[in-house]
Design a protein around this ligand. Sequence first.
Ligand SMILES: *Cc1c(COP(=O)(O)O)cnc(C)c1O
Length: 361
Amino acid sequence: MTTALRPQPGIMDIALYQGGASKIEGQDNPLKLSSNENPFGCSPLASAAVSAAALQLHRYPSTDHTPLRAAIADVHGLPLERIICGVGSDELLTLLAMAYAGPGDEVLYPEHGFSMYRIFALSAGATPVTAPEANRCVDVDALIARITDRTRLIYIANPANPTGTALAADELARLAGAVPESCLLVLDGAYAEFADGYDGGAALVDQHPNVVMTRTFSKLYGLGGLRVGWAYAAQGVVDVLNRVRGPFNLSGVALAGAEAAMRDRAFVDRCLTENAEQRARLTGGLRQLGIGCDNSEANFVLARFPDEAEALAADAHLKSCGILVRLVKGYGFPQALRITVGSADDVTRVLEALAGFRGAA
Ligand SMILES: *Cc1c(COP(=O)(O)O)cnc(C)c1O
């Protein structure tokens, strides 16, 4: 290979992102609980809107995404001008790093934070810095202690992935108040809807010009395959992101599907009710089997085993029962498995399989 061609510093330090597994050798139709997808799929109105939009594939899509932003603004009670849409929230999270951090700057996040945060930091040429957590919860004081005059951006997911734990409103407000004005605090709200009564940080965005909230259609809305996310931020931040995003970043199909999904509140409400019920069943059932787990405020739980060997054995047993969950060694939890909350039948299958594993052990 020629040495004349060299990528920007940091890029070769990026390890490829490992998504949740989707196949089991020799099993035709595995139960996939490895990527926090919606067990009920997406709103039928979203599917219909996607089909209708597929008849217009020769047309370039809207560049300003106004109908989708209007739907988001209506539902969330936010000003349309300060909402921006991206190709999944991943695009907005990475553009924030590229626009606000560079070589010599630091990007800070909790030690068990979403594995993409490191990739976003390195892609921008910045230095990733982690802060310890306390009992699998984001530790506000530890984050504040690691802020330096080079910190340009802080990412936290609330609720967090893969722990499912969330910061209380007063802790989040304390963090927002402690971040210097020269540093962005990005509240990744991929699972915000699942936390009862939480606004995803929208009120903090209104109070602090350096706080950004990101949201996604990939989890609750069941549209991970469509790739749509959005952010709410101060006008200045939205203006910056609009300069660096592609003008046609979202396809017409994606825009139409997401808009219909946002407006179908009945579907969303049914999914939230079902998730809360099945999450409680899964949590209680795991504990009854002697498998530790924290109270989750998301659509998954982190099941803890005594050690890595037992977690791997449990994973192998689940696979033999046709069930795929997520190994989270890469997040600093070699002894744990992250299990997406499925339908009532899915949860029954998981608990029966783990009871069988316990019985065999
Ligand atoms: C799934 C997830 C995202 C969202 O990804 P999209 O790009 O919107 O599909 C963001 N942050 C966390 C913590 C996630 O788990």
